[in-house]
Design a protein around this ligand. Structure first.
Ligand SMILES: [Fe+2]
Ligand SMILES: [Fe+2]
Length: 271
């Protein structure tokens, strides 16, 4: 029977976004029901650097993606499309976390199982988010793939593929925390534009993303204990090395605090 790492990699390789979401949800369910064997220690499968994507997807430079004026129906579709793309990348980032790092030297042997469990469950949340947003796009007579997308998010994370602490700093603790900073404003704008349905979907996503940042902080701090590193300084040094422009105000202090990301991690940050 295929073990957890090979099933995770097969979901990463899946090119159809809808199939990837479905495959991920099935994987999480099987895992939580105890139906998938854990990969033996020493198993180091190499996940693909680029996850599966539909062939016809229009990949452009980050600046060339349509702008989003939420007041118009087209602007709302562009916003939801951009969020669908973020959620698709988030599924792959969580799967990649499991496949690439479950047996990483930075983790203690007794932690590997709960590490894999945490990030598989994050992948399941992201698959749910992707599905909610793409259903909403359908209702608005659009679909994922109708607009150009960019690789910026994936590339920022891929740069950290050789360093688990850096991956945690950049993906959950910087990029996903950035989502917490910007989402309340989007919800407010969608509500003022009368699109309460899309706003409520973003509300669900927002609540669950706090948990993802919290998992990032938890595992990062655990590695800091093992390395005898001071978490806030180490976090800032990794951000400086991998994505200095990514850490910028305004910050959502409340949500960050709920995730365990206290202001000392990100305030007074000098790139
Ligand atoms: Fe998400
Ligand atoms: Fe997330």
């Amino acid at each position: 029977m295929a073990d957890i790492l090979s099933r995770t990699i097969s979901a990463l390789r899946q090119c159809s976004p809808a199939q990837k979401a479905a495959q991920t949800l099935a994987l999480v369910q099987d895992w939580n029901e105890g139906d998938i064997p854990f990969a033996p220690l020493g198993t180091r499968p190499v996940p693909p650097d680029n996850p599966g994507r539909p062939e016809q997807l229009d990949m452009v430079a980050p600046g060339a993606v349509p702008r989003r004026r939420i007041g118009t129906p087209e602007g709302r579709i562009a916003l939801l499309h951009a969020i669908a793309h973020i959620e698709l990348n988030a599924i792959d980032l969580a799967l990649d976390m499991v496949a690439r790092f479950t047996h990483d030297v930075a983790l203690a042997n007794e932690d590997r199982h709960s590490f894999a469990k945490d990030w598989l469950n994050v992948a399941g949340d992201e698959a749910k988010h992707f599905t909610l947003i793409t259903k909403r796009l359908d209702e608005l007579n659009s679909h994922y793939g109708a607009m150009p997308v960019h690789q910026g998010l994936w590339e920022a994370a891929l740069n950290t593929k050789n360093d688990l602490a850096a991956r945690l700093a950049i993906a959950p603790m910087l990029l996903e925390a950035r989502g917490l900073d910007v989402t309340p404003k989007m919800i407010e704008r969608l509500n003022s534009a009368g699109d309460t349905h899309s706003a409520s979907i973003l509300g669900i996503i927002y609540d669950e993303e706090i948990g993802h940042v919290a998992k990032g902080v938890h595992w990062f701090n655990r590695i800091c204990v093992a390395k005898k590193a001071e978490p806030q300084q180490y976090f800032q040094s990794l951000v400086r090395e991998y994505l200095p422009a990514g850490l910028r105000p305004p910050f959502n202090h409340n949500a960050r605090e709920m995730a365990g990301l206290s202001a000392g991690y990100y305030e007074n940050f000098l790139p």
